[in-house]
Design a protein around this ligand. Structure first.
Ligand SMILES: [Zn+2]
Length: 321
């Protein structure tokens, strides 16, 4: 993801007090009945479970597009989706000599217009914002693993009976090579022209056979010191709707309904096609594109807040159509 214009920094101290929140899990009790097949309990998005998906991805090492670890990450995602009984599809193509694979989990087909919730699963092969180690890869605990973790826990917990739309969980490859020299990203034969951002999401957007009602991207949302502002290119009606749900859930400190950064991210190819798209992103992350983007910077509570907002939104259906 790339910053277009950085608005004047709003005092980040406002959010510093928020980091120590512990995960709360509301347990729903079901009334025992004599039925042979009891109604399954509705699942609630669990930040601790989502966090385990961050750990699992980090255990694979850096996961740039075209690497063995990237392939293993994709296989992990497909396995978790299948466990949660989601239909899975892959989109494979070669972009500038790098094999790229998008993964899509689908549910509630035929229920209504498609809603896409997306995250990238590749990580950046160079920590070019790192003053000490710019040639090392980005570990990608927040920039990569956090969004995937939220989507996988959503796959487990969404109450499919409540969905009013067909839902796709899209896991994009090759988001985070942007502006790197081609021969850093690709094996020979390569050229050194700068790579584009969001190669995977662009491919999915260009090959859509349906018109999604909405596209919501989550990226870098796991920061323990979480502050998520409106993003300037995102859909102006969907943002208040999502942030409004966050406010009702009590997340007013972390979801700030004010415009701040202007970003190019996986929502951009959908916006370019005239679709309603939002980037839920916490760009106030000092470890962005550094070797310090590690698991200790991510919290279960942050993953849980984003997951619960999306769960409520998807289970109630978008208000703005
Ligand atoms: Zn990135």
């Amino acid at each position: 993801m790339r910053m277009w214009i950085r608005a004047l920094a709003i005092a980040s101290a406002i959010a510093l007090a928020a980091c120590a929140a512990t995960t709360t899990t509301s347990v729903q009790t079901s009334t025992p009945t004599a039925e042979a097949t009891p109604t399954p309990r509705a699942q609630v998005f669990d930040g601790a479970r989502a966090f385990q998906h961050v750990v699992a991805q980090m255990n694979l090492g850096p996961r740039p597009a075209g690497s063995a670890a990237n392939r293993a990450t994709g296989d992990y995602i497909l396995a978790r989706l299948a466990e949660s009984k989601w239909k899975t599809e892959t989109q494979e193509f070669v972009f500038r000599n790098v094999p790229v694979r998008n993964l899509i989990g689908k549910t509630a087909e035929g229920r209504g217009p498609v809603i896409i919730v997306g995250a990238h699963y590749d990580t950046r092969p160079r920590a070019d914002q790192d003053k000490s180690h710019p040639d090392q890869p980005v570990p990608g605990a927040n920039d990569g693993a956090s969004g995937v973790a939220v989507l996988l826990e959503l796959a487990r917990t969404l109450d499919l009976a409540k969905l009013k739309n067909q839902v796709w969980l899209a896991f994009f490859d090759a988001e985070d090579n942007g502006d790197l020299a081609g021969c850093i990203v690709a094996p020979p034969p390569c050229d050194n022209a700068p790579w584009t951002w969001s190669a995977g999401a662009t491919y999915l957007a260009d090959n859509l056979r349906v018109k999604p009602e909405a596209v919501v991207i989550v990226d870098m949302i796991g920061d323990a010191n979480q502050n998520i502002y409106y993003e300037q290119n995102s859909d102006a009606q969907l943002q208040p709707e999502l942030w409004g749900i966050a406010a009702r859930l009590g997340y007013t400190r972390e979801f700030v309904p004010e415009y701040k950064h202007s970003l190019s991210d996986d929502h951009t190819p959908f916006l370019k096609r005239g679709l309603r798209a939002v980037d839920i992103i916490d760009f106030d992350y000092p470890y962005w594109h550094t070797t310090q983007d590690t698991t200790d910077k991510v919290s279960a509570a942050s993953l849980e807040r984003v997951g619960r907002v999306l769960q409520v939104w998807l289970e109630n259906g978008p208000a703005v159509k």
